[in-house]
Design a protein around this ligand. Structure first.
Ligand SMILES: NC(=O)c1ccc[n+]([C@@H]2O[C@H](COP(=O)([O-])OP(=O)(O)OC[C@H]3O[C@@H](n4cnc5c(N)ncnc54)[C@H](OP(=O)(O)O)[C@@H]3O)[C@@H](O)[C@H]2O)c1
Length: 153
């Protein structure tokens, strides 16, 4: 793997395991999350860097790209919500918040990284760890963030 992998939610259960695994394979990692202390701890363990911020803040994604230096090898989106509330009691704001964290954040993360991912000559990877009930949204995200190449023939 040639370059750095950005891991949103890099201090979480799945994200930190991904960071350790990538580090063991020789890749560099750049972590993103809201809590500086936990990010600093995993980043130090993996010899990586990090950006503190909330995926609900649209300005975060530009800052992540500024903070993450060098070639970009991939983006892992390991941020999400599992809302276990009763469907009848959930409010519009609950649905909107879940959509913003689980789907819009993933789309904005890939959108911000797309140009640099495409520049990676050895190929780049995008991985989502979605909440299962939101799986139907994923094809939409991938399609929007990763448009089909136009045929040059
Ligand atoms: N664990 C499972 O068995 C399982 C199964 C299926 C799907 N998933 C999904 O996989 C994803 C990760 O699971 P996990 O178990 O690793 O969760 P986790 O341990 O709670 O980790 C979540 C990570 O995301 C960060 N985060 C949460 N909200 C954020 C926000 N608004 N902005 C920026 N960062 C945020 C957290 O750090 P801060 O709190 O410091 O921001 C943390 O680093 C979630 O979407 C989960 O729903 C998990």
């Amino acid at each position: 793997m040639n370059g750095t992998v950005i891991v949103y939610g890099g201090s979480g259960g799945i994200g930190s395991a991904v960071c350790r695994s990538l580090t063991n394979k020789g890749a560099a990692v750049h972590l993103v999350g809201r809590t500086a202390e936990s990010l600093a701890s995993i980043a130090a363990e993996c010899n990586g860097s990090y950006t503190v911020g909330d995926v609900l803040d649209p300005e975060l994604f530009g800052r992540v790209m500024d903070d993450c230096e060098g070639d970009l090898a991939g983006v892992v989106y390991g941020v999400g919500t599992i809302n276990l509330g009763s469907l009848r009691r959930l409010q519009t704001e609950d649905f909107l918040n879940d959509f913003k964290v689980n789907a819009m954040g993933a789309a904005l993360a890939v959108q911000a990284a797309a140009t640099r991912l495409k520049k990676n000559k050895t190929g780049a990877t995008v991985v989502f760890f979605p909440v299962l009930p939101h799986c139907r949204v994923l094809p939409f995200i991938v399609q929007s963030a990763w448009p089909r190449r136009r045929s040059t023939a």
